[in-house]
Design a protein around this ligand. Structure first.
Ligand code: SF4
Length: 314
């Protein structure tokens, strides 16, 4: 069996650099806090916390600890406020996020109403709105769906940027709707090329190579943070559905399935899915493993290589 893995996995360069800058800024005996979560990865976070990194959602008072701005960036107002309070700031904003901020600022300074395509609750988008709002009288709105774009008032001219991690195909769809609400549109496609490549690779070429597609359950109920913008976005980017699953591929999943999230209902119910059989077999296999570990161990001769825990269970 050959397992096909994406060529590009792990942290993107923006997060990797942010982690390095944060780690370099930590000094024994000196307090450092991150304004928000520096990385959506529990192990990497624990490592930084072990070295002394704290977390806050508010800018500390004057005389407070050194502050890390995450890769998502922050508003210019926040940087000014930190300066005013005399706080030391470690800015780890990703250069590609800065690019979004720069384009939004340019469009606003050119006098265009600015539309940011993205999740209004996301830290990056809040910061971009802050940058685009610097110019007095500027008009900045955020839309995440075609329906929201359809609600915008008519404008003779409009400037558009995207949240870096917004799916590029959806960005283009929303832009086409914005064109119907505007005389002319200046589009700055600020979607992140790293994310675009990974999304194309994950649900495009890579899937085509597989005979068997093994999907995993999206355990969103265990997430303490919004690690994906929303389940709707997750489904848009990664869901295995009739469009993405080849007609001869076998579909596996350990169950229970989140219908409409990692798998669409149509593929779960299709003859290609062997999920029910897989779950049934899983029970038998687990029982066999337990038997081997417990009863099997009792019946067999003592085995010095058997791990201590198994010997205790037996
Ligand atoms: S913009 Fe792209 S490279 Fe930068 S942090 Fe976000 S995903 Fe990573």
């Amino acid at each position: 069996m050959k397992t096909v893995r994406p060529r590009h996995t792990g942290f993107c360069f923006g997060v990797r650099d942010a982690l390095q800058l944060t780690a370099d800024a930590l000094r024994p005996g000196e307090q450092t806090v991150a304004l928000g979560q520096v990385v959506h990865n529990a192990r990497a976070l624990e490592e930084l916390e072990r070295k002394g990194l704290g977390r806050t959602d508010q800018l500390p008072d004057a005389g407070g600890p050194q502050v890390v701005i995450t890769a998502h960036g922050a508003t210019p107002q926040l940087f000014q406020e930190a300066l005013g309070r005399g706080l030391a700031v470690v800015d780890t904003t990703c250069p590609l996020v800065r690019r979004v901020q720069r384009h939004a600022t340019e469009l606003a300074e050119a006098g265009l109403p600015v539309t940011v395509v993205g999740d209004a609750a996301h830290a990056e988008v809040r910061a971009v709105v802050g940058w685009a709002s610097e110019r007095p009288g500027s008009e900045v709105v955020v839309v995440a769906t075609e329906a929201e774009a359809d609600q915008l008032p008519w404008r003779e001219q409009r400037g558009v940027v995207s949240q870096s991690t917004f799916p590029q195909p959806r960005f283009q769809q929303i832009v086409s709707r914005l064109r119907l609400r505007s005389g002319s549109v200046e589009v700055r496609d600020t979607t992140c090329p790293v994310v675009n490549q990974r999304q194309r690779e994950a649900v495009g070429g890579l899937l085509d190579e597989a005979d068997v597609v093994y999907a995993l359950r999206m355990q969103h109920e265990r997430m303490s943070e919004n690690w994906v913008p929303s389940l709707r976005e997750y489904a848009t980017w990664y869901q295995i559905n009739g469009r993405r699953l080849g007609s001869r591929q076998v579909l596996m999943h350990p169950g229970p399935v989140n219908r409409g999230v990692e798998l669409s209902g149509e593929v779960v119910d299709s003859p290609q899915a062997v999920i029910t059989a897989q779950v049934e077999a899983g029970v038998v296999v687990r029982m066999a493993v337990l038997y081997e570990l417990l009863a099997g161990a009792r019946e067999s001769q003592p085995d010095p290589d058997r791990p201590e825990i198994v010997k205790q269970l037996a």
